[in-house]
Design a protein around this ligand. Structure first.
Ligand code: FAD
Ligand code: UDP
Length: 385
């Protein structure tokens, strides 16, 4: 009855479902354990009318024209350029740390000298990962790097990952480089926007096809079983020989046979305040104070004109895998041992041609939204087109 079974209605599962349904006329069963579609991008209007993102702030940004236009079939966009401030020594300064931040935190003559050195050394408009800057030979630049490292990265990373910046793959810190520029935007991608009516609405449109049959509130394990030695599948207790696309946790699929892959999770604390605005920009990071990492004020993202405002504090912690309602595997933990373990799972999975693993959890990768849309389209093209 179904040609393809897909687990997970986030971007990976939804884009592949759409492609296979619309381009190949396949009948798709899309299994999702949550009560809703859209994966971690799920948003909704709360009772105060604020469009909030249930699993943390999601800002779409990409320089990939194909991805932007692909999604444009399913939504109109509202242009939005994300700005983030970080609280450092009681002041709020732009993040990524840039020349404006430098001038706010250092005496004028010192800031000018450092600015000149940064430009001479790296060039204007260049993004320098903090783990590079910290290797600078020049003593003044080294002092600046140590300052930024201490004030922006060390404590935030301790909260977010439970370790020091040096103990996690450098790409993670590289996401927020020091920017030799006066551009205060968090991202510099060509396309920066949010879906005009929200992410969930966009996902509804992606999945709006007669060949796609969503099954919500269902853990795949309740309807699918996999014999991990032979690769044989059954669906609703009947042998199933079609394609199986899995976007959940790769270790879970194979019963943790090589051990479990750790994740960081977040506790999300929403608060609605009877005031028009709470803070100057959508997100303010608190590297050094409090147990939470950042506060996001949602109405600034969608430019909503409302009397009240809803904010979100994010409290990082380990993912425990005990309560699927409140315990979300948000971030793969990029350390060599985990990357190697994931590779073991991927090598094992490679023997089963009818099983496709794609997504942030299934590939244990720090994919942004545009990355995963691009990846899903690439998997479709290479395996199913
Ligand atoms: P997911 O969205 O996680 O979807 C996987 C789906 O599979 C989920 O719905 C899950 O419930 C389901 N599933 C898992 N296991 C099972 C099971 N056993 N049975 C049935 N269903 C199952 N990206 C950006 O580009 N910009 C941002 O600003 C941004 N902010 C982020 C903020 C946070 C706090 C987080 C955690 C991520 C953020 N991202 C952002 C990344 C973005 O969320 C991901 O790129 C995207 O959600 C990945 O899509 P996916 O389909 O791989 O995974
Ligand atoms: N980071 C930091 N201080 C900040 C912002 C980010 O130390 O104020 C580090 C931290 O380790 C974080 C990583 O940079 O996990 C990537 O930040 P990003 O904002 O990209 O994280 P995400 O939005 O994916 O949670």
């Amino acid at each position: 009855m179904f040609d393809v079974v897909i687990v997970g209605a986030g971007f990976a599962g939804s884009v592949l479902a759409r492609q296979l349904a619309s381009q190949k006329d396949k009948q798709i069963l899309l299994i999702e354990k949550r009560r809703h579609i859209a994966g971690n991008c799920y948003d909704y209007f709360n009772k105060h009318g604020v469009l909030v993102h249930e699993y943390g702030p999601h800002l779409f940004h990409t320089s990939n024209k194909e991805v932007f236009h692909y999604l444009g079939q399913f939504t109109e966009w509202s242009e939005y350029q994300h700005r983030v401030l970080a609280v450092v020594d009681g002041q709020t300064v732009p993040l990524p740390f840039n020349l404006n931040a430098l001038e706010m935190l250092f005496p004028k003559s010192m800031a000018e000298s450092l600015e000149k050195k940064l430009i001479d050394h790296f060039g204007f408009g260049v993004k320098v990962p903090i783990l590079e800057l910290i290797k600078a030979d020049d003593p003044e630049l080294k002092e600046l790097a140590d300052f930024i490292y201490e004030k922006i990265f060390v404590n935030y990373t301790a909260k977010q990952w439970g370790c020091s910046p040096q103990d996690i793959a450098p790409e993670v810190m590289g996401r927020v480089p020091v920017f030799v520029s006066r551009d205060d935007r968090y991202f510099q991608d060509t396309y920066q926007a949010v879906p005009k009516d929200g992410y969930t609405k966009m996902f509804e449109n992606i999945l709006d096809h007669p060949n796609i049959h969503p099954l919500l509130n269902t853990d795949y394990k309740d309807v699918v079983s996999l014999d991990a030695d032979s690769g044989q599948l059954s669906l609703f207790d009947v042998p199933y020989t079609g394609e199986f696309i899995f976007t959940g946790m790769i270790d879970e699929l194979f019963d943790f046979r090589f051990g479990s892959l750790p994740y960081r999770s977040l506790d999300f604390q929403f608060e609605t305040l009877e005031q028009e605005y709470f803070q100057e920009v959508a997100t303010v990071n608190y590297p050094n104070n409090y147990d939470f990492t950042r506060i996001t004020e949602f109405k600034r993202i969608h430019n909503q004109q409302l009397k009240n405002t809803t904010i979100l504090r994010e409290y990082p912690r380990d993912y425990l895998g005990v309560d699927s309602e409140t315990d979300t595997p948000c971030y793969p933990v990029f350390k060599d041992e985990n990357i190697n373990r994931c590779k073991q799972y991927q090598d094992f999975a490679a023997q089963f041609a009818h099983i496709t693993l794609v997504g942030r959890l299934a590939e244990y990768r720090y994919y942004d939204m545009d990355d995963i849309v691009s990846r899903a389209l690439e998997v479709y093209q290479s395996k199913f087109a």
